[in-house]
Design a protein around this ligand. Structure first.
Ligand SMILES: O=C(O)CCC(=O)C(=O)O
Length: 247
């Protein structure tokens, strides 16, 4: 099924992102918050601890990798038909789970500098969209996403500036390549979702409040797309809707 407002699909084509208010019910929101907090506090023995990253110099969780792949509650969210209907309107009826991540952004949590997901998510064609769900109100003060509208229509930029986060080195786009006067904040109320193209330049700010800014990103790909990184084993993406394609 596919019921998404045509104007949102047009906005996605033009700007590379859009938001939908109140996608989750209060009960769905509460379940995900509890699960995220339990996993990040290490209270779910079945969840792989190697998937949990921490804020630099602190024992506070920053990120949970592969949350949907490793936990039924998050997988239920990834398969939410309201979200899949929107994804279908963007990349077609055959949808696989590329990946999933919780971003806890606790009080004092660090920024995530500008990047394009396609720099890390090596598939072709790049029919890949992230649904970012706010589990708390996401505001400028607590580190909401910022985007450069329309940047998904540009090239994949070099991610050649190292960015140190704790004991990990990540890569970002150099500041000189970013038109900061064009960036816009993407504030969201809890339970709302934003959808962004994997080529869209985006970042998130630091959390300057005393409350967490929890967000849940699920990355969806077209089942037609193929893994192109020959240096790594081909991942086994789970089909969420529609059909498989032959290699
Ligand atoms: O939530 C964040 O802080 C960063 C999220 C992000 O970069 C993404 O979902 O691609």
């Amino acid at each position: 099924m596919q019921t998404t407002d045509d104007s949102l699909v047009a906005q996605y084509a033009r700007e590379g992102f859009f938001s939908v208010e109140h996608v989750l019910s209060a009960a769905e929101l509460e379940l995900l918050r509890q699960r995220m907090d339990e996993i990040s506090a290490g209270r779910v023995p079945s969840f792989p601890t190697a998937n949990i990253e921490f804020e630099p110099g602190a024992a506070v969780a920053r990120k949970i990798n592969r949350c949907a792949e490793c936990d039924e509650g998050f997988m239920a969210h990834a398969m939410n038909p309201r979200i899949l209907d929107i994804i279908e309107s963007l990349i077609g009826p055959d949808i696989k789970l590329f990946g999933s991540q919780c971003f806890m952004k606790p009080p004092g949590g660090v920024e995530k500098p500008y990047h394009q997901d396609s720099a890390y998510f090596t598939i072709e064609p790049r029919e890949l969209v992230t649904c970012w769900t706010a589990l708390d109100d996401a505001t400028i003060d607590n580190g909401c996403l910022w985007v450069i509208p329309g940047s998904h229509r540009g090239p994949l930029l070099d991610h050649d500036q190292p960015w140190q986060v704790g004991d990990r080195v990540d890569m970002q786009v150099r500041d000189e390549q970013i038109e900061f006067d064009r960036e816009v904040p993407n504030e969201l109320t809890a339970g709302s979702c934003s959808f962004h193209h994997s080529m869209l330049l985006h970042r998130s700010g630091s959390n300057q409040t005393d409350r967490p800014r929890r967000g849940l990103a699920v990355h969806y790909m077209s089942a037609r797309s193929r893994w192109t990184d020959s240096s790594a084993a081909k991942p086994n993406y789970q089909l969420l809707r529609g059909r498989e394609y032959e290699d």
